[in-house]
Design a protein around this ligand. Structure first.
Ligand SMILES: Cc1cc2nc3c(=O)[nH]c(=O)nc-3n(C[C@H](O)[C@H](O)[C@H](O)COP(=O)(O)OP(=O)(O)OC[C@H]3O[C@@H](n4cnc5c(N)ncnc54)[C@H](O)[C@@H]3O)c2cc1C
Length: 502
């Protein structure tokens, strides 16, 4: 059995919340262990609608605290990671049966003013009968509104936090599961498993950031929180993009839920999400036929030439680990987060995280550490608000200036490959390209813009340990590979990985 040693803080769960807490804590001088039982972001944090948003809809539930915090975080994250976070304009076709225009105007006014907006444009009315954004919509939708939020590559947001945590000295381990944790004197004694290997570690404090598995981890630690989690499934469809322009659409369903239709990876559309109460193991979550019908039905209610079943290229589902506030309806359950601190006198603390959004992860991490401050009085001050994430320092050029500079330094790089590298790696694209002078220097091309060099970079620098880690989370190359190309990449990557780890 390997002994990983002693840590101040052990964080269980490498989703956005665990990764964010590990990064923040490592930057505040704590020795940190972060463990994730699968790949980083393989849980809920790669299955979101990928919006860094205030959540216009939450205003109806009077969630002003959450909306304000989220609106502020939008611009904090846009500044911290301008390569993976970008502004997105949303068109909201007016559908008076769902909500009257005055209510939407009021919501947008609050949205514009609640959160210290500096970078994003304000909202406004749209004459959809004339504006180009109305062109793909049915004639009945002649009026609408436009407002701004941000889009994020959720899985990359997680891995950038993990990378930063590691840079700051945290020990970060994927494919390592917490089996049990027992209080032993003033510390936690942890039993971990990676494949067939068992290991142990000790920590003065524990954070349970296991998302939908939070109650399983609670059982493994013997802690017993009075706060419960409600699991709500959400599914998305991916099709070819079926409208012109960069804008996304927010569609209201007959039951007043909302569905986003966003441009995705240049040529694709992301349609989601549903809200379905979920029981069972989060590992087994999958889309149901009724969800596909619901999403396609709604899109076709608004779009003149929306996708059909045959146009659906991929689907994915995730499970929201929501704080159970007793709401009857899955859409009405709060999206805010709560903490449960279990710290009997003289015993080591465990902080359980319930709920939270991609958008609020950074602030959630700050607040989590505030709760743990009494146990770690030497912790240095807050630091993440003005800090960039890896690759996010674009030299004051803005994303498009940075992309032009990258393309002109590497004129041999195809435009779509340069765009992909700039978006995924930002200023770290230079580490990836290093001495490359021609396309041949990037090695074998597997199809869809995936070259050997990028895959090796991800294995060496971003903890990618399987072909799926590369294709589905560190990148979205899976969207552009044929089944044959995918299997030849898998064979190649597994062989490389075996020689790397022997
Ligand atoms: C359909 C859908 C759409 C969403 N859209 C948005 C959106 O647009 N914007 C937004 O801000 N938020 C959105 N969210 C919410 C957001 O995705 C989640 O709140 C967030 O990802 C939760 O992160 P987490 O770190 O708590 O959980 P997770 O990402 O699930 O991470 C928990 C991790 O813990 C690991 N783990 C579990 N047990 C153990 C163990 N014993 N040992 C080690 N590791 C363990 C799991 O493998 C998992 O990776 C959406 C959620 C869903 C489901």
């Amino acid at each position: 059995m390997t002994d990983l040693g002693d840590f101040d803080l052990a964080v269980i769960g490498g989703g956005v919340n665990g990764a964010g807490i590990a990064r923040d804590a490592a930057g505040r001088g704590l020795s940190v262990l972060l463990i994730e039982k699968h790949d980083f972001a393989e849980g809920t944090s790669s299955r979101s609608s990928k919006l860094v948003h205030g959540g216009l809809r939450y205003l109806e539930y009077y969630e002003f605290r959450l909306v304000r915090e989220s609106l502020i975080e939008r611009e904090v994250l846009l500044r911290a990671a301008p390569h993976i976070v970008r502004p997105m304009r949303f068109v909201l076709p007016h559908s008076p049966e769902q909500r009257p225009a005055w209510l939407i105007r009021l919501g947008l006014f609050l949205y514009d003013h609640l959160g210290g907006r500096e970078l994003l444009p304000s909202s406004g009315a749209l004459d959809l009968a004339r504006a180009p954004e109305g062109e793909p919509l049915r004639q009945a939708f002649s009026r609408g509104f436009a407002y701004s939020d941000c889009w994020v590559d959720d899985a990359r947001l997680v891995v950038l936090n993990v990378l930063d945590a590691s840079r700051l000295g945290a020990r970060v381990l994927s494919r390592t599961e917490l089996i049990s944790a027992r209080r032993d004197g003033g510390e936690w004694s942890l039993s971990l498993r990676s494949g067939a290997l068992e290991s142990r570690a000790r920590a003065r404090g524990l954070v349970n950031a296991a998302g939908p598995w939070v109650e399983d981890v609670e059982r493994a630690t013997g802690a017993n929180s009075a706060k419960r989690v409600r699991l709500v499934k959400g599914s998305h469809l991916i099709t070819a993009k079926f409208w012109r322009g960069e804008q996304a659409y927010l569609l209201q369903s007959p039951d007043r839920r909302v569905v986003f239709v966003s441009p995705y990876e240049e040529d694709f559309a992301l349609i989601g999400t549903t809200d379905v109460p979920f029981a069972g193991s989060p590992e087994d979550v999958a889309i149901e036929e009724s969800e596909v019908d619901e999403l396609l039905g709604l899109v076709n209610r608004y779009f003149r030439r929306g996708p059909t079943r045959d146009d659906v290229l991929h689907c994915f589902s995730g499970v929201r680990p929501l704080f159970d506030d007793g709401a009857d309806d899955a859409s009405a359950i709060t999206r805010d987060y709560v903490f449960d601190l279990d710290a009997p006198a003289g015993a080591a603390p465990v902080l359980t995280i319930i709920g939270g959004k991609i958008t609020t992860y950074r602030r959630l991490a700050e607040r989590a550490l505030e709760r743990l401050q009494p146990f770690f009085p030497a912790m240095t001050p807050l630091w993440t608000k003005g800090a960039t994430l890896p690759g996010g320092a674009l030299g004051g050029l803005g994303f498009s200036g940075f992309l032009s500079a990258l393309a002109s330094r590497n004129p041999w790089l195809p435009a779509e490959v340069a765009l992909g590298y700039a978006r995924r790696y930002g200023s770290r694209a230079e580490d990836l390209l290093k001495d490359a002078k021609s396309l041949e220097d990037l090695g074998r091309h597997f199809g869809g813009g995936l070259y050997e060099r990028e895959a090796l970079f991800l294995a060496a620098k971003e903890f990618a340990a399987s072909a799926d880690d590369v294709l589905e989370r560190r990148t979205k190359h899976h969207l552009r590979l044929t089944p044959e190309q995918r299997s030849s990449f898998e064979v190649w990557f597994d062989a490389k990985n075996r020689t790397r780890t022997v």
